[in-house]
Design a protein around this ligand. Structure first.
Ligand code: FAD
Length: 267
């Protein structure tokens, strides 16, 4: 069985500047780390590798050249192969363009029986790439997976934590899952593996090697959404002290909540 795990490198700090022209995060030289949710995606892939004989795990990332670091981290943790989709023309990708690029890369180095993503990232945080990637690959997907009950060469049975209810689903492979934090306890990278995999190659793939070589489908050109502005929410500390009877205070609070649209107007 061939498992692909999608890993993203995210800023290790919230102090990240945005390019005023493109609305894209300036990632060069910024402290970076493996997206926390993807630690659980990687751990899930390694546990499934231990479950089904003759299974390999390939770690895949789309990002600037320095995101090779997270593939090295995946090698130190137990991944077998690594791929980085990197090309200046991928810069500024929104969710659609990121999902398309990943689908092209996974198609080129696949096919995969199971693709595992984290539920979301800590920078874009849209939790949409997994679903869109599955659509582009034409395979079913399960999201917010909190437990995998069964996996064999043909089927996967998993539990999804959905708003308001939990669903147990059996799905035919190939499929894609996005995993929740806590599905397994992520193992730590091992120093022994660091030494053993130090020279292991990482396949770097650019736009000109992908099945679809239309540059307008990638990066800013291929992105219907652009981040206009990122700014911290305003915080203010306005304080008012109200006095009066319980009835008066309740009426006043009700009126204030309505006025500030916390409550719907009747009729
Ligand atoms: C503050 C901010 C707001 C943004 N808002 C939007 C928006 O509203 N709409 C929009 O289309 N784009 C938006 N973007 C751009 C978007 O973040 C990027 O396109 C990003 O590459 C993918 O989206 P995400 O980070 O939300 O991923 P998510 O959907 O949250 O990621 C889910 C999983 O997909 C996989 N994955 C995601 N990116 C990669 C990657 N590069 N390589 C490998 N695996 C990956 C990982 O397994 C990850 O856990 C925003 C970016 C920022 C920084």
């Amino acid at each position: 069985m061939k498992i692909g795990v999608c890993l993203k490198q995210v800023p290790g700090t919230t102090k990240v500047e945005v390019d005023p022209q493109t609305g894209v995060l300036k990632r060069d030289g910024v402290d970076a780390k493996l997206n926390p949710f993807d630690l659980y995606a990687l751990e899930t892939a390694l546990r499934m590798k231990a479950t089904v004989p003759d299974t390999s795990v390939c770690a895949v990332t789309m990002g600037p050249p320095q995101s090779e670091e997270i593939i090295r981290e995946a090698y130190m943790t137990g991944a077998d192969d690594g791929v980085i989709l990197s090309d200046r023309r991928f810069a500024g990708s929104d969710v659609l363009a990121t999902s398309w690029t990943l689908s092209q890369g996974l198609t080129l180095v696949g096919p995969f029986d199971l693709i595992i993503c984290g539920k979301q990232t800590t920078d874009g945080d849209t939790a949409q790439v997994g679903a869109e990637l599955a659509e582009f690959l034409g395979i079913p997907h399960l999201c917010n997976v909190t437990a995998i009950e069964e996996l064999n060469e043909e089927f996967l049975t998993a539990v999804m934590d959905l708003p308001g209810h939990v669903q147990r689903v059996k799905v035919k492979l190939p499929c894609l899952i996005t995993v929740e934090k806590g599905i397994f306890e992520p193992r730590l990278p091992s120093f022994r593996r660091k030494l053993a995999t130090a020279d292991r190659p990482i396949r770097r793939i650019g736009l000109d090697e992908l099945p679809d070589r239309e540059a307008r489908h990638y990066g800013l050109d291929g992105s219907p959404t652009q981040v206009a502005r990122i700014f911290p929410p305003e915080s203010n500390q306005v304080r008012e002290t109200w006095t009066g009877s319980g009835r008066e205070l309740a009426d006043r609070a009700f009126a204030w909540l309505k006025e500030h649209k916390f409550l719907q107007q009747e009729g």
